[in-house]
Write a protein that binds this ligand. Structure first.
Ligand SMILES: [Zn+2]
Length: 193
């Protein structure tokens, strides 16, 4: 158990030991809940065919894409499903998402065809989108991806906005605190489009 946990990112042997003994001594049903969640992790997950967020297996679309309460005219473009969770946590965003599943990186050989950019352009062509919020990470790759998308969308009639500065540069959106993320979202800037 300790060896397995120590292979997780951000968990060293010390934390792994602590977690293992915590579970060993737990008197509630946390260990059973974890077993169930881990079993489901492999078999119960699929990607939404529209936005590429994580959804339950057997569902074509995620809960956000199918919700009538969400504004289909606004699409927030993020790199990973974890970013969706981070933005959902602040509870201030009512639009929909598009998960790119990464960012452009010439160094790592990641080009537009490796991301879900083609699918995003298809969504725009299908119509009904008035604003695209580029919420890629405040990193070199995230900025390059936002610039690329803005160029692709010029003359599309879609208003392009980018999350305001103030997020830790080079950091991941998912690690930003809720207040910072909320300010970045509310203060998003028009990129022209
Ligand atoms: Zn979706």
């Amino acid at each position: 158990m300790i060896n397995a946990l120590a292979r997780l990112p951000g968990i060293g042997p010390k934390s792994a030991s602590r977690l293992t003994f915590f579970l060993l001594n737990s008197t509630d049903d946390l260990p059973e809940d974890l077993v169930a969640a881990l079993t489901e992790l492999r078999s119960g997950i699929a990607y939404c065919q529209t936005c590429f967020n994580i959804t339950a297996a057997g569902r074509a679309e995620c809960e956000i894409c199918t919700s009538a309460d969400r504004d289909a005219q606004v699409v927030c473009v993020v790199e990973e499903p974890l970013d969706v969770i981070a933005i959902e946590r602040i509870g201030a965003y009512q639009g929909r998402y598009h998960v790119l599943r990464g960012a452009l990186s010439p160094i790592e050989g990641i080009g537009p065809e490796d991301l879900t950019i083609r699918e995003l352009l298809e969504r725009v062509r299908a119509g009904g989108i008035s604003e695209m919020i580029l919420a890629t990470n405040p990193s070199m790759e995230g900025d390059a991806t936002a610039m690329y998308l803005q160029r692709q969308m010029s003359n599309s009639g879609v208003k392009m906005t980018r999350l305001a500065r103030g997020l830790p540069v080079g950091g991941d959106l998912e690690y930003a605190d809720q207040g910072t993320l909320l300010r970045a979202l509310l203060g998003r800037q028009d990129m022209g489009g």
